[in-house]
Design a protein around this ligand. Structure first.
Ligand SMILES: *[C@@H]1O[C@H](CO)[C@@H](O)[C@H](O)[C@H]1NC(C)=O
Ligand SMILES: *[C@@H]1O[C@H](CO)[C@@H](O)[C@H](O)[C@H]1NC(C)=O
Length: 405
């Protein structure tokens, strides 16, 4: 067995920040406490930060195939057959009037490091958005399949011939052929012939996932779909996305409120994130530890993602786009959890100018490994990259002044 190559040389700094702690009373969610104020400030690439989500480290350009970097223009360039796109109903658009809101999370107190400054998140500030429409759901495999069928579109992962997948979901046969890994997040692997039809490698299928979000799509793929969907279709900006996610509520962590679980018995799941039998080991002195704050962070997080998702929220990977019901008063589903969503906003200060902001977290998120399933959380993603936990929903310009508030 060939040992896997560590391709880039990002030093993984075991910065002990932020530490997630959980109050025993609430049981479902805790408050972070910053131990020693050693968090780095905004800017740069968070992949090298100790509190990073591993998925910020996925960059297609870090990988080469057969010793050759595929050229940009080779990917996704082709004539699209003209086609009618989607009706309003098929696109499932909620129109919002826009307005002013506070973007970012107001910390509970000065010791609440839920805000991940190293991601460029916060401080809270006023933003204003004009009227726009946004898909009530993430774009499903079914909708993407219709787009591909009507236009002949070929995605970038298909053109490149590979994409990023998580080891736990890759078959032992395909896993055995993989010789590289993402060094800053070694549970992520470059998988040959992984694409939207085969999200976890050539021997995986989507026939029973047609209502799940499409994944393994790049920025160009997402933009192509949105402009096909309806006239004025495009990706949302980060500000629009967060405005929609907040649903008119002020400074809440999640679209519905401040706790992960809701309901009279605090046992109702509202989103699709990762649960593991290892969660019990994350508890120390009644506090949930942030694995990234640990000396053996990478090994621990890799072990965490090697154990199965126990699916207490009902799903061990993606969930159907309409699962869990509306997450906020506007009616949007799966804004947080399920899959990360592309936005049209550039990541300021990234080394690659084609680096974008993605929002909402994914089914791989967990308080201990990636506390990014919040309205204000953000993560970087280079435009030509794609992964099994990244999808999108479309925004629409040009109608406005309908429902919404
Ligand atoms: C996820 O659940 C499906 C359906 O129960 C199962 O077939 C699959 O093996 C599970 N995958 C993982 C990685 O747990
Ligand atoms: C995948 O391959 C790696 C490296 O060969 C091995 O260490 C690991 O246990 C394999 N994982 C699975 C789930 O088969």
């Amino acid at each position: 067995m060939i040992s896997r190559l560590f391709l880039s040389f990002l030093v993984f700094a075991a910065v002990p920040c932020p530490t997630w702690s959980s109050s025993a009373e609430s049981g479902d969610e805790g408050v972070c406490s910053e131990q020693d104020g050693s968090c780095s400030t905004a800017g740069g690439d968070p992949a090298s930060s100790g509190s990073s989500c591993g998925c910020g480290a996925l960059k297609r350009a870090d990988f080469v195939k057969d010793g050759v970097k595929l050229s940009e223009d080779k990917a996704g360039s082709h004539e699209l057959r003209s086609s009618t796109g989607e009706t309003d109903e098929e696109a499932g658009i909620i129109y919002l009037d826009g307005g002013s809101f506070i973007m970012g999370l107001i910390p509970k107190d000065e010791k609440d490091p839920t805000v991940v400054f190293s991601d460029g998140e916060g401080p809270p500030h006023k933003e204003t958005v004009g009227p726009f429409g946004l898909g009530v759901f993430e774009v499903s495999n079914r909708r993407f399949a219709i787009f591909v069928e009507q236009t002949g579109y070929v995605t970038e992962s298909e053109t490149y011939g590979w994409s990023f997948g998580v080891e736990a979901f890759i078959s032992p046969e395909v896993n055995a052929t993989i010789t590289q890994q993402v060094d800053a997040a070694p549970w992520w692997l470059p998988v040959e012939r992984a694409d939207w039809r085969h999200p976890n490698g050539p021997d995986t299928r989507i026939h029973d996932l047609m209502d799940h979000p499409v994944t393994q799509v790049s920025l160009k793929d997402a933009e192509a779909f949105c402009s096909w969907s309806r006239q004025g279709g495009r990706l949302p900006t980060e500000v629009e996305w967060e405005f929609a996610a907040r649903g008119g509520k002020k400074s809440r962590r999640y679209p519905w409120g401040n706790t992960i679980l809701t309901g009279a018995h605090k046992n109702t799941h509202r989103m699709n994130i990762w649960q593991s039998e290892l969660d019990v080991h994350l508890l120390k002195d009644g506090r949930v530890r942030n694995l990234y704050g640990h000396k053996q962070a990478l090994q621990l997080v890799k072990e965490y993602y090697s154990s199965l998702n126990t699916a207490e929220d009902g799903y061990n990977a993606t969930a159907p786009v309409d699962a869990f019901g509306p997450q906020n008063p506007y009616g949007f589903h799966n804004m947080v959890g399920n899959v990360w969503e592309w936005t049209s906003t550039n990541w300021a200060g990234a080394s690659d100018p084609n680096t974008m902001v993605k929002k909402g977290g994914s089914f791989l998120c967990n308080p201990a490994t990636c506390n990014r399933f919040r309205c204000s959380a953000r993560m970087m993603f280079t435009g030509d990259s794609a992964a099994s936990n990244v999808g999108f929903r479309c925004a629409y310009t040009g109608k406005g002044s309908q429902s919404g508030r």
